[in-house]
Design a protein around this ligand. Structure first.
Ligand SMILES: Cc1cc2nc3c(=O)[nH]c(=O)nc-3n(C[C@H](O)[C@H](O)[C@H](O)COP(=O)(O)O)c2cc1C
Length: 341
């Protein structure tokens, strides 16, 4: 009810401004103690990636790019929060406007382009604060780093965030950094993940802890590409696949205002595609490898669907904009009502 009123104000504002206002208000409420124990639904713990997640529902990357709000988000009942994408150096992202609402379909199009304050800022934030759930840190490359040096950016971020992350996500699937998705091709992926795995072996020794690595994929993949990615991810000892990022497809929104904007589409119209990719990865990956289902969750049943398709965990972003924080509880209730096999 309160969110419905707040949403009227927020939706009258530019989407990026509204996002900032909503997160700052949430953080203020958290500081004042107003968000504590807001979520009354106890979640079921999930064991995967060698970790214990308090429950299966998480915040998708991009909502808290610089790790400025994760404690407040955690208070809403999420079992884990993925912050980032973060890059080695701060960068402004693409020119505004770069986020568009498609309310008729509970969707967004964004072409932010990894606007962020840089990995040193993020590390400073996560060292100062303690979060009781699992903190995922999503890493990427700077827009002006040439593709042939992309691995250096990922390795730099891996080293910096390693001691502070519950898990680390390698984002090779944003449509808003030129050629980033070409890292999903076999040779490039083999090279990148091979280097990351080698470095992780050293970091595990140095820090006495093996931090799981997840690879985040695009929804715009063909069956042969899915088979290749699954094989390379498994052979390089990665721990999870996150399916999926936003889509460059406009199926389900054609003809609507803003549908022609370039960028990645998220929210309800993404769900069939993201679910299809999730299911295909479940079939191709070893059963021991974790899968995180993300894309188009707008109600509890959507989260249940993803778990039934083989996800161990789920995340959402756009659903939070349209449904508000109550979506966490809806998902937890629906998941608790699932029959356990
Ligand atoms: C405005 C916006 C910014 C995003 N930024 C990132 C990002 O920085 N890194 C990333 O891996 N995914 C990012 N995403 C993708 C989401 O994490 C998620 O994969 C996608 O939106 C599908 O989930 P949803 O339908 O629940 O939003 C972003 C999504 C949106 C809408």
């Amino acid at each position: 009810m309160f969110y419905r009123l707040a949403q009227k104000v927020l939706f009258a504002t530019d989407p990026e401004q509204a996002h900032l206002l909503a997160l700052q208000s949430l953080r203020l409420a958290h500081t004042l103690g107003a968000t504590r124990r807001r979520c009354a639904v106890p979640g079921r713990p999930v064991h995967c990636m060698g970790l214990e997640f308090p429950n299966a529902v998480g915040v998708a990357a991009g909502l808290d790019k610089n790790a400025e709000y994760f404690e407040a988000l955690g208070d809403l009942g999420f079992g884990f929060v993925e912050v980032g994408t973060i890059t080695p150096r701060p960068q402004p992202g693409n020119p505004r406007p770069r986020v568009f609402r498609l309310p008729e379909k509970q969707a967004l199009i964004n072409r932010l382009g990894f606007n962020n304050k840089g990995v040193d800022f993020l590390v400073q934030r996560v060292r100062e604060h303690r979060f009781k759930g699992i903190l995922g840190i999503n890493i990427g490359k700077n827009a002006d780093t040439p593709m042939e040096r992309a691995a250096e950016d990922y390795l730099h971020c891996l080293e910096k965030v390693y001691p502070w992350a519950g898990y680390i996500t390698v984002n090779i699937s944003s449509p808003n950094t030129r050629d980033l998705r070409s890292l999903q091709a076999v040779a490039a992926l083999e090279d990148l993940l091979g280097q990351l795995e080698q470095r992780r072996v050293l970091l595990t020794r140095e820090h006495g802890r093996r931090v799981p690595i997840a690879v985040k994929v695009a929804p715009d993949l063909q069956p042969a590409e899915i088979a290749d990615i699954a094989r390379v991810v498994a052979s390089n000892r990665m721990d999870a696949v996150i399916a999926t990022n936003t889509t460059i497809d406009r199926e389900g929104v054609a003809g609507l205002p803003h549908a022609g904007e370039s960028g990645g589409l998220s929210g309800r119209p993404l769900k069939p595609k993201a679910d299809h990719i999730l299911q295909a990865f479940r079939q191709q990956l070893p059963a021991t490898m974790a899968l995180v289902g993300v894309g188009g969750i707008t109600c509890g049943q959507d989260a249940v669907n993803k778990l039934q398709l083989g996800a161990n965990l789920v995340q959402f972003y756009t659903g939070m904009i349209y449904q508000g924080p109550g979506l966490v509880e809806d998902c937890l209730k629906a998941i608790n009502g699932m029959s356990v096999e």
